[in-house]
Design a protein around this ligand. Sequence first.
Ligand code: BGC
Length: 721
Amino acid sequence: MEKVNEIVSQLTLEEKIKLVVGVGLPGLFGNPHSRVAGAAGETHPIPRLGIPAFVLADGPAGLRINPTREGDDNTYYTTAFPVEIMLASTWNKELLEEVGKAMGEETREYGVDVLLAPAMNIHRNPLCGRNFEYYSEDPVLSGELASAFVRGVQSQGVGACIKHFVANNQETNRMIVDTIVSERALREVYLKGFEIAVKKGKPWSVMSAYNKLNGKYCSQSEWLLKKVLRKEWGFEGFVMSDWYAGDNPVEQLKAGNDLIMPGKVYQVNTERRDEIEEIQEALKEGKLSEEVLDECVRNILKVLMNAPSFKGYKYSNKPNLDAHAKIAYKAGLEGVVLLKNENVLPLIEGTPIALFGTGQIETVKGGTGSGDTHPRYTISILEGMEERGLKLDGELVNSYKEYIKKMRETEEYKPRTDSWGTVIKPKLPENFLSEREIKKIAKKNDVAVIVISRISGEGYDRKPIKGDFYLSDDEMELIQTVSREFHEFGKKVVVLLNIGSPIEIASWRDLVDGILLVWQAGQEMGRIVADVLSGEANPSGKLPTTFPKDYHDVPSWTFPGEPRDNPLKVVYEEDIYVGYRYYDTFGVEPAYEFGYGLSYTKFEYGNLKVSLENDLLKVSYTITNVGERSGKEVSQVYIKAPKGKIDKPLQELKAFYKTKELNPGESETISVGIPIRDLASFDGNGWIVEEGEYEVRIGASSRDIRLKDMFKIEEERKFGM
Ligand code: BGC
């Protein structure tokens, strides 16, 4: 701190202003002239005092920088990890830490100081275009996984940045929409995950969100950034704005948004303004004090003095991509969720497979926008299955290859590149094979595997229409025809879902025998899929988000706000009843519930012990693998509160645990401690735990509760902020 104060005392006013405003972004996304080409942002250097330019780069599925540079033969590829929703499906904190470490190493070795990840907004609605980049609908799962990931990243000597703070739960009009949400829903759902991550992960930085929160831009909300984040939670890092967020740089600094990104020139409606000039003027006119500016500078420097750039770290530009590919593979394997399995998976060795769906070749590795990555390779589903020696119908593969090639040459389906440099491929019709052709294929093969893919990304939300949330008519036709023809010969059908957030499944699942949710698994996608299909690996992922039966069941019916065509305001009418909190409390049956996921083996739960010692609820139970294959099991600890003054959801997740790989017959005893404070609800003033009988519910999912026990809180307890 002394060193920081010393530096601040030597800075001129001009230099201080420069330190709180980024250097700007000549390209729309990714600065080609940055020291690290393609990094999202950079700060101003002050060479006179040995302050370097700090480099900040996305993002949640891996470091996003340009893979090649003009006039340079070297390459700068990074590892494409599974998208966050898939990482969350692992429910494995150690694994998230390991992924964080790997990304942290790439961050450091490519000369970047802060990784702009993890993103951790709550899945309020399945249609948010960036849900793939976010962990969960539940704040405890989100917060715990984010903490682990942050610890991993920061163990490498670089910073993490948790984003987007807060309630950035939609992409539609994200830069202006006013999010109206009760303080209770904020505290218990939308802020909670960030609170856990700040306290347990201690991130170097927080990115304030684009949207307004109850009337004020998040980046201009002193309540959010000073009162809640710093005072109540004890955050000691710095806050940066999201790119071009807010409408007043002076208000941002005053509110505690220390760094304005990407900086310099920004646009409010059609007017271009210069942030540096505005801050200068405000200082001159006495509308901004130098103390406020000093505080922001101190917050930034205090942290970034530990960054590699400040220490003059000689980065290699050679991170260990081979080792990280293995981690990406492992994380993907654990994130696959088996949704349905009627005696079809794993496939018997040598089973002749007919692989359908254009996604086998045009496999979607991740979403678009700042969460995209540029890996050395992406193994498509087809390539993975071929590499692993699965027995595919070669003729069918060739028909797909030819079909895709032909279609991509037409004007209508020509791939185009978006402003982030991602190649966008318009969706191809999936029903190009005739019934007769499919019948022939069904005769020759023993199982059909159909790939259904979706992609979404930053800047827009998904739609509750066919081809997006619902299957398109051609996809439905493919599933119907293939199922009919294969079943006629007594053969089985498996659907692979290569998606980034929920789609509608309930209306067609009865047609097929197996459904494997393989998400968007990054560069190792095809290998992951092949190894789960063949039984080389046993899936152990569980859903971090509810798959509703139908879009009409979703509680956030106000999404994406009003007026519908150009929403300026979105009111969170469902309040705290987000995800399973809603479905469970109001008895609405989802297609697949929060926490759901099957395995190739079976687990038994037993031996529940619950005790309350001082302010700690101690819970222990045993999980035994009673099946015939080894595997891991994710167990979930829910608490059901008694009826009291405050309306409570039926149950809330308070802890979770993934076992080690258990051999058949093997058991593991799990012990978790839940501080009583974690059972509290926000009553408008503070946190309160009401008296009465509480139920501990140990679930294999939120609706498959295996063990229950009660404990009593004798007297109401109140906790401060
Ligand atoms: C996104 C952020 C990202 C930033 C820099 C913004 O559009 O919302 O998540 O970190 O761009 O690329």
